[in-house]
Design a protein around this ligand. Sequence first.
Ligand SMILES: *Cc1c(COP(=O)(O)O)cnc(C)c1O
Length: 639
Amino acid sequence: MNRGELLRRWTIEKSEELYGIKNWGAGYFSISENGEVMINPYKENNKAAISIMDIISGIRERGMDMPVLLRIENLLDAQISYLNNSFADAMKKLNYKGVYRGVYPIKVNQQQQVVEEVTKFGQRYHHGLEVGSKAELIAALAVMKDKEACLICNGYKDEEFIDLGLYAVKMGFKLFFVIEMPGEADIILERSRALGIEPNIGIRIKLAARAGGHWTESGGDRSIFGLSMSEVISLVDMLKENNMLNCVKLLHYHLGSQIPNIRDIRAAVIEAARVYAELVREGAPMGYLDLGGGLAVDYDGSNTNYTNSRNYTVEEYCTDIVEAVMATLDPFEIPHPVIITESGRTTVAYHSVLIFNVLDVARFEEYEIPATLDEDMPEQIKNLFDVWKSLTLKNIQECYNDALYYRDVIREMFKHGTISLRDRAFSEKIFWNIIHKIAKEKSKLKNPPPDLGEIESAIADIYYCNFSVFQSIPDSWAIDQLFPIMPLHRLLEEPKNNAVIADITCDCDGKIDHFIDLHDVRNTLPLHDVNNGDDYYLGVFLVGAYQETLGDLHNLFGDTNVVSVKISPDGSFDFVREIHGDSVADVLAYSEYEPSYMLVKFREKAEQAVREGLITASERKNIVQAYDEGMRGYTYYER
Ligand SMILES: *Cc1c(COP(=O)(O)O)cnc(C)c1O
């Protein structure tokens, strides 16, 4: 290697910077010396880091296909500890007299395995659960063991829900009914009298404070859940009349998820703490202040108040909350309440990584075009050719306009039959060469013309990948959420292709063409060359929250395989659980098909084909077998 090559050599530091892994990885992810993405569950003890590529080998050896949702148990454990320790530290530092009791909202990732792990790892902190429906309550009652932990019941509650909750109180669960709507109180009182069990009541309020971000509707005055201040007062009066005010122990609000700005969080805490103080003044015993969710994840690693980020750390979040509660309550000499937060996103986002392979690549390179044109070329094509030849940095905008103009003229001529398909195809090559040249020149400009804003994505390479956006990262499609995406290996090589990602659904929305960036949003992702037969793996990170349970069956692609690993401090790892994804028969059955009936029908058709002499009987056997195997197979691309 000569000096020039050495200077230009690609390094893992360059990959780290390019993909931002240190910014969004929270210390859990890094790049090894041989250019692979590593998981470090024990941030400080790097000996225990393991390569995701080693896990992929293990998955392959066990005969499972991509895509795979990889869950790393340790990261769930680590995030629960981090949140609880951060609150404990803040409380100690500020001399807070109460404690923190977090609850995990089941809706953020309802998979039994995840909820079980949360309660297992959370037990040492008495970390509880939050439920928003009867089904979630039923799940929580089976999974929860710790009677010190809180069980918060939000959502619409019918008689059955309330009876079940009251029985749980009798069994010793620390269960709270949060009243979300004025009418709910009556039925809680009625059932409580009927069963002779006293409920723990919480009140959900609508705050005036609002938050920026995607989910602003769930907080603020106009939110659909929670009581207005006048409704709170009527409820208090009603409970007083019924001698039940002594059951009111908790105040709750939920401002929305992924709140990027700490100022909004602080404003809401102060307002809620004031209401808390007033409820104490009214004579309610209180004791618990529940601040809902909202603690954001820094998906793009920019540490800003951008929607996919947050301008605070977990430590700052905890300190600000504890400080705001004390500052609001201390002047009234009100005892410090137990602080509850319902952090879902932060708890589970880190522990899942979606892994898939690249199936094919459509490179978008410049075409070979002769230096001069035949004399008999149509005039319009000659003009387009001249645009290409005359393009310089100075006239890129003008050439862009001209290229679009001539392309449209040539298309019109084709429609009228005055130009051949061969000539039209040739003109398109010239057109795309112009776009390539404009993109190249544009990159030299500090302030490129706004018209040319997304020209790079027009000529991006397309990497066709074995997964479904709709199934595995629905928020990427539904609300344009950004997730960090990067190759899992080859990070010692420079990724020279600017790519967009297309999924296997071949739906025009089944793509990813916005990527994280420290200062902006990128339109393309740099990726490596993939030669025929190469394995090339990409990972989508921080997908543990909200993605798994919102997925739909677009094009009948079903649940992916799920593999859970546990990493030991000595750097070895175990496969603790594997869950096979949906088969074709499974997803058909979800759509109310009857797979066994379909097989019968197909056999009949094959028999008919034998009768008609189209296939032989032994061909029929193979054909029916192929249909049957297809039915039992994975919905994704199998090797
Ligand atoms: C969704 C939800 C949460 C979870 O919010 P995160 O921002 O994910 O922590 C908490 N509480 C309630 C009432 C919710 O609806």
